[in-house]
Design a binder for this molecule. Sequence first.
Ligand code: GAL
Length: 667
Amino acid sequence: MTDPSASTPPHLLLGSCDYPEHVPQNRWARYAQQQKDAGLAFVRIAEFAWSRIEPHPERYDWSWLDHAVEQYHAAGLKVVLCTLTATPPAWLIRAHPEILPHDEQGRVREFGSRRHYDFASPVYREHSRRVTLAMALRYGRHPAVVGWQTDNEFGCHATSRSYGGASAAAFPEWLRRKYSVVERLNEAWGNVFWSMEYSAFDQIRPPILTVTELNPSHVLDYARFCSGLIAEFQREQVEILREMSPGRFITHNFMIFESGFDHYEVAWGLDFASWDSYPLGMLEFFAPPGTDDELKTRYARTGHPDLIALNHDLYRSLAAGGAGLGREGKGTPPGMWIMEQQCGQVNWAPYNPLPADGAVQLWTAQAWAHGADVVSYFRWRAATMAQEVMHSGLLRHDETEDRGLAEVRALEQTQFPTGPVRSRVAVLHDYESLWLYDQQRHSATMTYWGQLAAYHGALRSLGVDVDIVHADADLSAYAVVVAPAITLVSDIRAARWAQATERGTRLVCGPRTAFRMPGGQTWPEGQPGPLSGLLGVKLLQFDSLRPTLRQDVTGPGGPFQAGGWAESYRLQGAEATHVYAGGPLHGQPAVATHGNATVIGAHSPTLIRTVLAEVLRAAGVPVTDLPDGVRLSRRAGRTLVQNWTADPVQWQGRTLAPVSFEVLDSA
Ligand code: GAL
């Protein structure tokens, strides 16, 4: 494997995503030179170019791509090439319609956009290997080619799972391998309930179209199965690239808040993770349900700093996190790229505002401070055809420079040294918990990401740098570990957390922690199952609160109001610091502390912030009470002070201009 630290640049570098196949050849040399002159170092190309590279079965046309790569090379740009599999061409689909995926209604998803394939399709797997090998043979050792991106945004457009065809055919065999005998599966899924028992594996279909709610254990296993398919699909490409393109990095561009597969499993084997950052689209489209409209308006032109930071903090350590897979972690996080960075307006959210002046720079600086080694803007020139004509680029449709490009140029004036981000606080994350949580939310505004964002955002508002790591990661480096929504906790996981607290780490758990066993059922001895001893509590009641229903909580820093969720505890060694007032939970513990462990049962942003601040102080982690919209992030001996608001802000004797940042030496 490539040693990514060897290729980590000493300073943040920039790039763009370009599509030479979208414009006449006579533009290519000019575009490459313009990119270079704008201070860009990298260009990513070809992720959707299969129909031009192989217009007819096994008749490759490399001439245009050879020429494009030469133009970038001549201009001194480094090229990131992509494997072609996000867009299988029409001839392949018509020859093998079984490649097409099925949606949750069991319908075939047709050719005519992108990502139209089923990861389980044996014939597609064969073509994926074939075309990847052809690309790697052609360009694997080209001096301009420094790395590879596999496919494009696995899971985008709800494509991580296909619910028919090849996936449906392969699922029973996967189950047979996992459970050996069907009785064991019946037991694990609780199939005696509603007479759902199977007498043979081949009776089992993907979990869709049932008369009413799906069995969560069935859903969980299907999610695991599909996640494994993506990992396998990518691994086949990675093996080819490693062999044919030595010394080049391999990454994948993951998506904002994508939930359909286990990213740790898929990132394993990559040199580092990349992600595609669209802050305005993210706030309009992906903000957790219940995000209020006033907040969306306030941040409409910058995006919300904490939602963006959450993705940075997750993807920065993704490729290091093998722990959950029973593999050794790789130690130091290997870095991160923003493969696609919004640089104007997007086209896919319900509303697509223009970014504020300064937003492109602020996004770039924040990405750097949260661990990005490269920020690559999407896209060089706005598309003049097809689905994305409403999307901005660094150049407008008419090839004049758009607003974003002026901001990118001006970034040359700031030094952004790279190096690891060192956090003393970790937030734990796990896709299996996410799948279970969201399958049975029980309260419409409560989601896994929403709960994780509430805790992560509270930490960020206290000026703390945060790593988001796998729930089974090595926790020894952290003073405080927060498990906002780890609803699935095995005995082993509980033992690891207990070990960390014995060594002095403070643990804070959110509501619904350890509700479920690894198979998806609840603990027969009650929640929080194997964590009961560590947390010193047993779950007493849980309450689901509609948006107009609030639950009062009293205690230090209060009063508080819980919304969405409130759970209470029977104390078994812990002490209650906050209790419910009024309603069915009156007088019962809402927050309880037991040695180094604390559990917060009430969902209330102010309560979460208050309790976290207290725990951080006790752990000796410095806390800064930041004004709304001001954020601090630290990297490589520098502190990035950010003002995300449209107004100037007074902060510690300085005036922070609207939508701006300053890079200071860390004290
Ligand atoms: C990304 C995708 C790009 C482009 C972009 C538009 O999700 O990877 O190909 O579609 O969105 O914002």
